[in-house]
Design a protein around this ligand. Sequence first.
Ligand code: SAM
Length: 228
Amino acid sequence: MSFSVDKSRGLYPYIDRLFESAFVFNANQFLLDGGKTRQIKRFLSGLEFDSIVDIGCGPGNWAKIARGQYVGIDTSPSFIKTCIKRYSGDPRKRFIQADAAGITLGQTFDLAMLISVLHHLSDNEASRVCHWVALSTKYFFVLDLYPNPRNPVSRFLYAMDRGNFIREPREQERLLTKDNLFRVIRKEDYYCPNRFHRHTLYLLESRSFHTQACQSADQDHSHVIHVL
Ligand SMILES: C[S@@+](CC[C@H](N)C(=O)[O-])C[C@H]1O[C@@H](n2cnc3c(N)ncnc32)[C@H](O)[C@@H]1O
């Protein structure tokens, strides 16, 4: 089932710009995504991690769960500006404005997070992200959404979503486990309290972490970034 419409026309580019405001983004999260923080904390409880790379970090809302080094990556200059301002007092938090599908990080992390971002990535982009994440991090946490197909309000909201690649849960899993890069160690889904959408959560373990991340990064032709 497709939830996508042509978003290059009409009001869509304005809506897109509006959502680059941290205030509008957070108001929307508050209204539509109730309970997400609690669900994420519960899902990750018991997992040992210190350093985090947060892919598609938005206005930096998840930086607060990092105990050690944290790197947030986002294509949006306005979100990255917000993050830098918001965490200016914490030298362990760094932010990079980049397309995550076009880079490789020249360092390792305990955990990579992709929260509500998978539906912004084409299969090809998601696959490029998975490849560098598998080499650079031990665990990969992915949360994505799926509309409630029986609910017209839900279908409308997701036709408006800025992401063009909303996938059914089995498609999400197929994409994440392609090329045998990861092993699924936990997965779950839940309906948000408003019943408009379902969130799917995956905790993956890399099969190739520790196998010379940086060396492999140098071999491919993506842009290697050394952050810390
Ligand atoms: C729905 S927001 C989620 C933000 C954050 N993860 C959260 O949960 O609050 C999706 C974010 O992914 C970013 N994004 C989309 N495609 C990206 C890409 N190729 N590389 C980096 N960031 C990307 C967008 O700019 C946006 O900030």
